[in-house]
Design a protein around this ligand. Structure first.
Ligand code: PEP
Ligand code: MG
Length: 324
């Protein structure tokens, strides 16, 4: 794909048969804002809030978190900005909050930590809500959900944070809430999870790791890490169908959404949007504008019949070459 894609920035991400597929960006840095808007990003699909925590030597206060969130919400307004609640543990350690475990990826990470420490969750969500004062584009996203009880608990805490703020006189709206699908159990529960929130977002970085039992950062087993593995494709399809049965939108925010071959499959499965790093945005847009959803659906069905991820890759590479 050596072609010049710069002309695509102002063009919509729409398929040849007229299906619009918004492309959001994954970001944790203010430096990404300008390039993202220039590339035509339709919002932020994943803001990793670990950064404001990592740059300090202690947990940031509510007041300290507000400016960072507000800058993002303002920069992209009226486009949606998805702030994910703290996702430390596993591959994202926090120096001043050491967690020592034999299996960190199966241990205390993401929502598990913040539900065990509701003060962390409340401080952060209060900061997010206060940052959104007068704006209506805040989306909150819960990471590492593995059952429905966690979502119920997170929703209750979020309601509590909002009620407290309203009592204190703040004029905040109701943010959209979402659940990340990145643990295999969440794929099977997609419909029940989706009923509890406004949208789902698939984190393929972790989902692939957990489905295939391949550490996402271990080079020794990197050759086994296949986002186009038939089991991954079936899981992605199942999550998409579950969300849609509940009448809720679903998008992908893992690295996979930036892979042109995978984009064809996600389009074919019926995903409603994609969230990718700034660098990959125009390339993904080019793929969407080069296919019909009908053709993508046919390619996805063909891919489902293949048993080897390398054959899936060949099928899609051929389709991409054919598309130009
Ligand atoms: C993912 O797991 O795919 C994801 C988007 O979250 P992170 O990479 O931050 O774990
Ligand atoms: Mg993840």
């Amino acid at each position: 794909l050596a072609r010049d894609l710069s002309g695509l920035a102002s063009k919509p991400a729409i398929t040849l048969d007229g299906v619009t597929l918004p492309i959001y960006v994954n970001s944790g840095l203010l430096a990404d804002v300008e390039p993202a808007l220039k590339s035509g990003a339709e919002g932020v699909g994943l803001y990793r809030t670990e950064f404001p925590y990592m740059v300090r030597d202690r947990f940031p206060s509510e007041e300290e978190q507000i400016p960072t969130y507000r800058q993002m919400l303002q920069a992209f307004h009226p486009r949606p900005v998805t702030l994910r609640t703290l996702d430390i543990g596993g591959d994202k350690p926090l120096a001043y909050f050491p967690v020592r475990e034999d299996n960190p990826f199966l241990g205390w990470r993401g929502i598990r930590i913040t539900l065990d420490h509701p003060e962390l969750f409340l401080t952060q969500t209060r900061a997010m809500l206060r940052a959104s004062d007068g704006l209506d584009n805040l989306r909150i996203l819960f990471p590492m959900i593995s059952n429905v009880a966690e979502v119920d608990e997170a929703n209750e805490l979020l309601t509590r944070a909002r009620d407290e703020l309203l009592e204190e006189g703040a004029s905040i709206g109701v943010p959209q809430r979402g659940v990340m699908i990145e643990v295999p159990s969440a794929v099977y529960l997609a419909e029940a999870l989706a009923r509890r929130v406004d949208y789902l977002s698939v984190g393929t970085n972790d989902l692939v790791q957990y489905l295939l039992a391949v550490d996402r950062n271990n080079t020794r087993v990197a050759s086994l890490y296949h986002p186009l593995h038939p089991a991954v494709l079936q899981a992605l399809q199942q999550a998409c169908e579950g969300a849609h049965r509940a009448g809720k939108p679903i998008y992908v925010c893992g690295e996979m959404a930036g892979d042109p071959a995978a984009v064809i499959l996600l389009l074919g499965m019926g995903y409603d949007a994609l969230s990718v790093s700034v660098a990959g945005l125009t390339r993904v847009k080019w793929v969407i504008r080069s296919f019909t959803r009908v053709r993508a659906r046919a390619l996805f069905e063909e891919a489902l019949r293949l048993e080897d991820p390398l054959h899936v890759r060949e099928l899609l590479d051929d389709a991409l070459i054919e598309a130009g």
